[in-house]
Design a protein around this ligand. Sequence first.
Ligand code: PLP
Ligand code: ZN
Length: 416
Amino acid sequence: MSYVKGLRCRECGKTYAVAPRVVCDCLAPLEVVYDVEGWKRTMTREKIASRPPNMWRYHEFLPLEGEPTCSKSVGFTPLVEAPRLGEILGCRKLWLKNDSVNCPTLSFKDRVVAVAINKAIEFGFKTVACASTGNLANAVAAHAAAAGLEAYVFIPDDLEEAKVLGSAIFGAKLVKIRGNYDAVNRLCSQIANDYGWGFVNVNLRAFYGEGSKSLAYEVAEQLGWRTPQAIVIPMAGGSLITRVGKAFGEMAEIGLIERKPFKLLGAQATGCSPITVAVKRGNPEFEPQKPSTIARSLAIGSPADGYYAARSIMNSGGAGEDVTDDEIVGGMKLLAETEGIFGETAAGVTVAVAQKFFKQGKIRPDEETVLCITGNGYKTLDAVQGKLDLGITIRPRLEEFEAAVPRAGQQVPVTN
Ligand SMILES: *Cc1c(COP(=O)(O)O)cnc(C)c1O
Ligand SMILES: [Zn+2]
């Protein structure tokens, strides 16, 4: 049984039946409308908590008609306390939502693709496709392979090697475009209508975005059915941060959690910061940029949900901030050295931006704060290449080791 009522234009309010569709006739994006009264009648904490630990424990809040038929093990990633990082940032109550271990492709994009692929199957598409900065391509390629669909992934031609190979391994057809993501996306908008393919972030975009909400439901449940006071989220197209705000609002509206204020805090790289610049100016109408940053997964100069992301941040009393490439690498190292989590460049953005927010007083030390770690560092090794201490090389001889590492007294007395 489905709680989906249809699609509605975010601007003019025109409604449409559930179908693959790029935008409204007025060119504004579409959103999914649900039976909120139905949620209120039927959804309880107990019902959700009794289900298996994956994102489908919230399936009534996602836009499928029936049960999911593939991508069943996505989500319910760990929410871990981060006291050592918190001490350095100046935060007494810090958590990390660790989507760098999401299943199967190690980024939060597994959530959005899980919904989009299931929706593509419901609609009867045989081929799925996407315009991607890397992680989305990996997820589409993997989920399509497991569902037995053909996949075409469109990517900029200068992506990290691990992200290219991480799509090719699944047998997806790669189309590398000489240009940045925004050029890739423009081409895909032209192709989507002609080829009869399910483009997860073009003609399935209204459904795809909804998958992001599952991250927020999980955070609230894992905190003991409440929202954090602050949540720091990396932004590319601006979909994730917008949907996190929407999901917390939905939970409060139907009484799953108490309605309390939460600040949405957006993080970008300085080399691609259209949304944070707009927030700092106090006007959600962003100016497109030409991206230049090592945080390639976030390098979208003309973000599709940028306006809504900026507006959500401003309405929540949050803030936006951006960091340089050096600060991004610093953030990646800090996260790894304090909490043992190797996040990708986007995680470096999130950690380094969070550090700025605490310094600026935009998040206070006693505010319960969640940082969203959205992708895995093993996919962006290029970013730390040449920037880490790789240690020493010696022959297998005790005297060489003793010369290289002087003994500084026994730490723990050992008898042998
Ligand atoms: C896509 C992506 C994001 C942001 O996603 P949007 O919803 O487009 O803002 C954040 N982190 C990583 C690692 C991503 O791949
Ligand atoms: Zn419209």
